[in-house]
Design a protein around this ligand. Structure first.
Ligand SMILES: Cc1cc2nc3c(=O)[nH]c(=O)nc-3n(C[C@H](O)[C@H](O)[C@H](O)COP(=O)(O)OP(=O)(O)OC[C@H]3O[C@@H](n4cnc5c(N)ncnc54)[C@H](O)[C@@H]3O)c2cc1C
Length: 338
């Protein structure tokens, strides 16, 4: 267990924002975690559970205890004729688990390659990319309730998973710690190429059999060409969620903008690209001081150096209001603002 006072959180958030934590602690296993939960420090202070800090924006110093969980085991739990069950600790880096699963010959997670962050945060916003969401492979999530330190297993059907949403981002927000996640892999090859840009990538290459491993390679190469590398430029990936609008509104917009495209969410609703809306408002590549919209992907707000969290939020609010004025569509944050 490591405890520190008054430390900079800059190395602990991918936006590279320089906020401080009054207290900071790291634990390496659930037993140490349970001991730590009983300390006066944890009981009396305001708390924040931190993963890899890739979906968080600090707008001020954190006046309390930031707790980072570094448990790191990956365990094969069971195997049937059809499925393989693997339990993964919250502190495992997400992409190293994706690689591990593919190395073991298991398919399903390849489309989620190279998403930053740790396994413990993956169910929180039901991470997704290239037509796959992590809920598709989650069997259950192990948590500790902060009010009474009770350990519970939440089955997939009780997680209220939705688009970048779950019970952990809503009813359970700030009330639980995710300690591990149980994944269920199908033994049948379950690759997913429904997402058009990925399908087109392989159609253009025309290289024969498509495997999990070459989907992973393709996803990594597409992501590297479009998204900022967190080690080089600060961001939290998509700052906003893609809005879901009525089909009626979509049809009307489409008559004006032939390049608009959407994904059907239901018979009545269509999800459209927030990046497209932002680009149409002229923000792609725009920069004010050290805050800007990434020039290759308008959904990503970046910190070019020493931007503060408040400056980033101010910039995001300006984008939201321009989008609302131009299209009468509200876009909302995907990033957790603290
Ligand atoms: C370049 C880039 C690209 C990205 N691309 C994608 C993408 O394609 N798809 C996507 O869905 N996301 C994407 N993201 C967002 C981010 O990677 C994911 O949301 C990721 O799951 C966050 O993990 P983390 O460990 O960094 O969580 P953190 O940022 O540390 O935390 C996120 C939230 O979860 C809480 N939390 C974290 N761990 C726990 C825990 N163990 N128990 C309880 N609460 C916890 C925190 O308090 C916070 O509210 C991207 C981010 C970046 C920087």
């Amino acid at each position: 267990m490591i405890e520190k006072n008054n430390i900079s959180l800059k190395p602990y958030n991918t936006f590279n924002v320089n906020a401080k934590a009054k207290y900071f602690a790291e634990v390496n296993n659930v037993s140490d975690l349970k001991t730590f939960l009983e300390t006066p420090l944890f009981k009396n202070e305001k708390r924040l559970i931190l993963g890899a800090g890739s979906n968080i924006l600090f707008t001020k110093d954190f006046d309390g205890i930031v707790l980072k969980l570094n448990n790191s085991k990956i365990k094969l739990i069971s195997e049937t004729d059809d499925s393989v069950f693997i339990e993964v600790d919250a502190g495992v880096e997400w992409d190293s688990f994706v690689k591990y699963s593919i190395d073991k010959g298991l398919s399903g997670l390849e489309n989620l390659s190279l998403i930053p962050g740790n396994v413990g945060a993956a169910p929180i916003q039901n991470i997704g990319a290239y037509g796959v969401e992590v809920k598709d492979l989650i069997e259950s999530v192990n948590i500790i309730m902060l009010e009474n330190h009770e350990e519970k297993t939440i089955l997939n059907g009780d997680c209220s998973f939705g688009y970048r949403s779950s019970i952990f981002k809503n009813e359970f927000k700030n009330k639980i710690i995710i300690t591990s996640v149980l994944f269920k892999f199908s033994k049948r090859n379950s690759i997913n190429l429904e997402y058009a840009p990925l399908k087109n990538y392989f159609a253009e290459k025309n290289e024969g059999e498509i495997t999990s491993r070459n989907i992973r390679d393709a996803v990594i190469s597409i992501r590297e060409s479009k998204l900022p590398n967190p080690n080089e430029i600060g961001s939290a990936g998509s700052f906003f969620k893609n809005p879901i609008i009525s089909k009626e509104k979509y049809d009307k917009l489409k008559t004006e903008y032939s390049d608009l495209f959407g994904f059907s969410e239901s018979d009545l609703n269509i999800k459209i690209s927030a990046g497209w809306l932002i680009e149409k408002c002229g923000f792609k590549g725009k920069r004010i001081g050290d805050v800007g919209v990434y020039d290759k992907q308008a959904l990503v707000i970046v910190n070019y150096g020493n931007a503060t969290g408040s400056e980033i939020v101010e910039f995001a609010e300006m984008i939201k209001s321009k989008v609302e004025n131009k299209f009468n569509i509200k876009i909302i944050n995907e990033v957790n603002i603290v």
